[in-house]
Design a binder for this molecule. Sequence first.
Ligand code: 0X9
Ligand code: ZN
Length: 362
Amino acid sequence: MRILLCVLALLGTALAHKSYEGYQVLQTEDLPDVSSVRKLASLHMMEELDFWQTPRVGGRATIMVPKHLVAPVKFTLATLGLNPTVLIPNVETIGSSYEGRPMRVLKLANGPSAKPAIFFDSAIHAREWMGPPTVMYVINELTDNLGANQAILDKNDFYFLLVSNPDGYTFTWSDDRLWRKTRSPNSGSNCIGTDPNRNFDQNWAGGGTGIPCSETYAGSAPFSEPETKAISDFIAATPSITFAQSVHSYGQYLLHPYGDSTDLPPNVAELTRVGTDALDALQAVSGTRYTLGSVANVLYFAYGSTTDWSYVQQGIDLSYTIELPGGGSAGFNPPPSDIQGVVTETWEAYKVFFQNIPNARR
Ligand code: 0X9
Ligand code: ZN
C-alpha cells in the first residue's frame, strides 16, 4: 500500500504543472552605481524571488515575483528609488494541449494600459523548429537588449506563443523529428493528429476535411483541437491585438490572406507595402530573398488557417504567415549554425512591421 501511495504521489508530481497565475515580472531602471545595486541585496537573497537579470551597475534588475509578494516588492523597490515597472503582468497560460501541456503566452508591456498589440505564434507545426528561436530573439531584444529598443515597447504591447503545438513539438524531440500535426486521436482511424493550421473556423474544410492520415487533415470540426481553441479564444479576448505574425518554416515566403481564394483582400495594397518594406530590410542584411503574396496565389489553397481566421473573423488587417528559410538538403532541419543568421535578419523585418502597427482592428 505504501509503495502504491508513493507511486501515485510521484505520478501526481510528474503530471502537475506549476501554476504561475498572478506572478509578475518587474524591472527596475538602469542601476546607476554600486550603492543602487547594494540596495537590492536583501531582495536578491529572498528565495521566492527569481532574478532573471542579476543586478549590476549600468544594467536593470528583472525579477519574477509570486502573486503574494507583488505589492510589497513593488513598494520596496519604489521606496529604494528604483522605479519598478511591470514587464510581464501575468506569467500564467492560455490553456492546455490535448495531452495536458500548458500553453503559455508571454506578454511584454511597458505599463498597465493596453496599447495596440502584436501577437506572434510559432511551432504550430511541430517540426518547424526555426520558429521558436526567431521569436525568442524578438523577446531577447525587448528584454535583455531593451535599452536599444525602448521606443518599440513604449508604443506597443507584445504577446508571444512560442510553442503553439506543445504535444507535437515534444514528439519531434522524443519520437519523430518530422511530426507536423497535433497528437489527438481520430475516431475510426489509427492515424493520430489534426493539422492545427487547417482547424480554424474560417472556411474550415473548404476543400474537404481530408483523411485523418493526411498531414493536412482539418479535424472533426472547427476548433476540435484544444490548442486552436485556446489560441482563438485568446486572440478574440484580446482586442488590442492588431497585428498577427504566424511563424512557420520553410520556404522564404511572406504570406497574407487569402488561403481559401485567389481573390485579393481589400487592403492588399497596405499588406504589400508593409511586407515589401519589411523584406527589403531583411534582404539588406545578407541578401536573403523572400516571395511576398497571398497564400492561394503564391503557394496553394489552405483552408481554415490561423492567418485567414485572424484577418476575416477578427478584423486583424495585418495578418501574415512567414515561412522562414531552411530547405534544400537541410529541409526542416537546418544546422544550428544557421539560426543566428536567420533570427538576426528576420529581426530587421520585424522592426519595420513594428513601425506599421494599426491602432485598431477593422
Ligand atoms: O500549409 C501550411 O499550413 C503553411 N505552410 S507549411 O509548410 N508551414 O505547412 C502555409 C499556410 C499559409 N496559410 C495562410 N497564411 N492562410
Ligand atoms: Zn507550417
